[in-house]
Structure formats: structure tokens, C-alpha cells
Write a protein that binds this ligand. Structure first.
Ligand SMILES: Nc1ncnc2c1ncn2[C@@H]1O[C@H](COP(=O)(O)OP(=O)(O)OP(=O)(O)O)[C@@H](O)[C@H]1O
Ligand SMILES: Cc1ncc(COP(=O)(O)O)c(N)n1
Length: 289
């Protein structure tokens, strides 16, 4: 357990989450989206930056990977002092960074959500093609949750995914790589954005209406960060995933319309009301608090 935690005396001890990801200067995706999501969900956010991108809503203009030792040092610095109840990965760029991050996940026994980021919405590559094998063999067996979109799931399983049954089969095969809980996201499908959740035994379909918008930059980062934040808050995985789906749906609906390309989503809408409301007899997202 990496959370040091409870030596703060009388001070309020808030849940903490760590993101290990790339910086997006346009702040719609990457580290910036993750930290906004953590803050909106009232979780203290920590970061370890893997790469710096020069990016806006239109394109990625440049990317610079940070040295592996500096990435390891960021993770060690925040965990030996502050601790994290859950962590997530985003852009990992290279096999060397994946290997280093896997080492730190083992060292600190982190609860890990992996968003296997491969390309930006603009089409620019964010992961070297020879890094997929490292992702498969080194990081996936350490992941509690993985959240591939359809193109990422196709690369992980090595075949096309066209139907809901294909999504279920892909989830089964990714689960067999050692991930405990798989969410194959349907944002890139042509119909309703149905996400398929699989825990090794049962499938759950997470459904929502498709919102007609160009502003979906950082939806995957925000969704996986919301899962991480809700896990850090102590929710069971299935509830954290369902809560994150509600959070991202509303975040897309309320997108501020910034920039000339794919703009960011809105993180700071009033989630608490949704979170604590009783919905069809359920206890709400986090229960009243
Ligand atoms: N237009 C939309 N309307 C409603 N929900 C959507 C829409 N687009 C995506 N989603 C939801 O947003 C979440 C992220 O899905 P998506 O497949 O877009 O991830 P992604 O491609 O990894 O995102 P990104 O690469 O932009 O960070 C999923 O829960 C998906 O169902
Ligand atoms: C640093 C960084 N991490 C992740 C993404 C993926 O997000 P999207 O697919 O919405 O561009 C990105 N564009 N930049």
C-alpha cells in the first residue's frame, strides 16, 4: 500500500491519486485533464510527467520524452512522502518508460488504471509502435483496470472490432493478458457510445446517448482519471466505472467550445448533486457525504 496517510493529526485526510502521463499544453488531455478531473471529484492529485507535448485542439506540434530517471524520481518523490490511494497511466511514449513505470508500480504496490494511449484525437502518435509489446507484457499484468478505445483494443488483440460481440471477445482476450477489469470504450463506434465492462466473469454494458459535438479532446484521459479518483475514494471497481461514465457524459455535454479543432470537455460541473442523488433507489455515485 503506497498511501502513508494518517499521520496528519487533526488535518482532513483527503483521498489522493497519481497520474503518470504526458503534458498537453492545450490542457484538454494528458496530465492537465487528469488533475482537473481529480480536483473536480475532490481527490488530491499528484503527477509524474513522462513527456511534454506542444499541442492544441488541432494538432500535436512537438513531443519531448523526459529521461526515465526523472520520471522514476517524480514517482518516488510523491509516493515516499504523500502517498496515493490509486494511480493511472496515460501517454507513456516508449518501451523504456513503460518498463520504468512498471518497476515503480511494483515497488509501490500501486492500484493501477491503465489508459493505453497510442494516438491523439488529431491522429498524431503518442506511443512508439515497438512499445505495444512492452505494454502487453509488462504493464497490463499489473493493471486493476484498463480502458482501451476501439483502435487501441484492436491493436492489443490484433484484429478488427466491429460489433458488440467483437467488443466482448476483445475484453475477454485483454483480460487473459492479466488485467483484472477491462473497459472497451465505444466512443469511436458509429452508433451509441456503448462501453463494455468485463471483470472475468460478467459483462456490463455502459450506455449513453451520443452527444453530437466536435469537443471530445481528452475524453479518454478524463474517463480513466474519473475511474482512478472514484477508486481512490473507496468505490468498488464496477461502481467507479459506472460513475466515471456518468461524469464523462456530462463533461462532454457541457464542453465549453474552446479552440478551432477538437476542444476540451468541462470538468467543473456540479457533479456532487449527481453523485449524492438517489437514482432509481441506488445510493448515488458516492453516497451522501
Ligand atoms: N460523442 C460522445 N457522446 C457521449 N459519450 C461519448 C462520446 N464520445 C465518447 N464518449 C464516451 O467518452 C468516453 C471516452 O471514449 P473514447 O472512445 O472517446 O475514448 P478515447 O478515444 O480514448 O478518448 P481520447 O483519445 O479523446 O482521450 C467513453 O465513455 C465513451 O463512451
Ligand atoms: C499528452 C496527451 N495525452 C493523451 C492524449 C490523448 O487524448 P486525445 O485522444 O483526446 O487527443 C493527448 N492528446 N495528449
Amino acid at each position: 500500500m503506497s498511501r502513508r496517510g494518517d499521520e496528519e493529526g487533526n488535518r482532513r485526510v483527503s483521498p489522493r491519486a497519481l497520474t503518470i502521463a504526458g503534458s498537453d499544453s492545450g490542457a484538454g488531455a494528458g496530465i492537465q485533464a487528469d488533475l482537473k478531473t481529480f480536483a473536480a471529484l475532490e481527490v488530491y492529485g499528484l503527477s509524474a510527467i513522462t513527456a511534454i507535448t506542444a499541442q492544441n485542439t488541432r494538432s500535436v506540434y512537438a513531443a519531448y520524452e523526459l529521461p526515465v530517471e526523472l520520471i522514476e524520481a517524480q514517482i518516488d518523490a510523491v509516493l515516499e512522502d504523500i502517498g496515493a490511494d490509486a494511480a493511472k497511466t496515460g501517454m507513456l511514449a516508449s518501451p523504456q518508460i513503460i518498463e520504468a513505470v512498471a518497476g515503480r508500480v511494483r515497488k509501490w504496490n500501486l492500484r493501477l488504471v491503465v489508459d493505453p494511449v497510442m494516438r491523439a484525437k488529431s491522429g498524431d502518435a503518442l506511443l512508439q509502435s515497438d512499445a505495444v509489446q512492452a505494454l502487453r507484457s509488462q504493464l497490463l499484468p499489473l493493471a486493476e483496470v484498463i480502458t482501451p478505445n476501439l483502435p487501441e483494443a484492436e491493436i492489443l488483440v490484433g484484429g478488427p472490432i466491429d460489433t458488440l460481440e467483437d467488443m466482448r471477445e476483445a475484453a475477454r482476450r485483454i483480460h487473459a493478458l492479466g488485467v483484472q477489469h477491462v473497459v472497451v470504450k465505444g466512443g469511436h463506434s458509429s452508433g451509441e457510445p456503448i462501453d463494455v465492462y468485463f471483470d472475468g466473469q460478467q459483462f456490463v454494458e455502459l450506455r449513453s446517448q451520443r452527444i453530437k459535438t466536435a469537443h471530445t479532446h481528452g475524453t479518454g484521459c478524463t474517463f480513466s482519471a474519473a475511474i482512478t479518483a472514484l477508486l481512490a475514494r473507496g468505490l468498488p471497481v464496477e461502481k467507479a466505472v459506472a460513475g466515471a461514465k456518468r461524469y464523462i457524459t456530462e463533461a462532454i455535454r457541457q464542453a465549453p467550445g474552446i479552440g478551432h479543432g477538437h476542444g476540451p470537455v468541462e470538468h467543473f460541473w456540479q457533479w456532487r448533486q449527481l453523485a449524492t442523488s438517489t437514482d432509481a433507489g441506488s445510493e448515488g455515485l458516492i453516497g451522501a457525504s
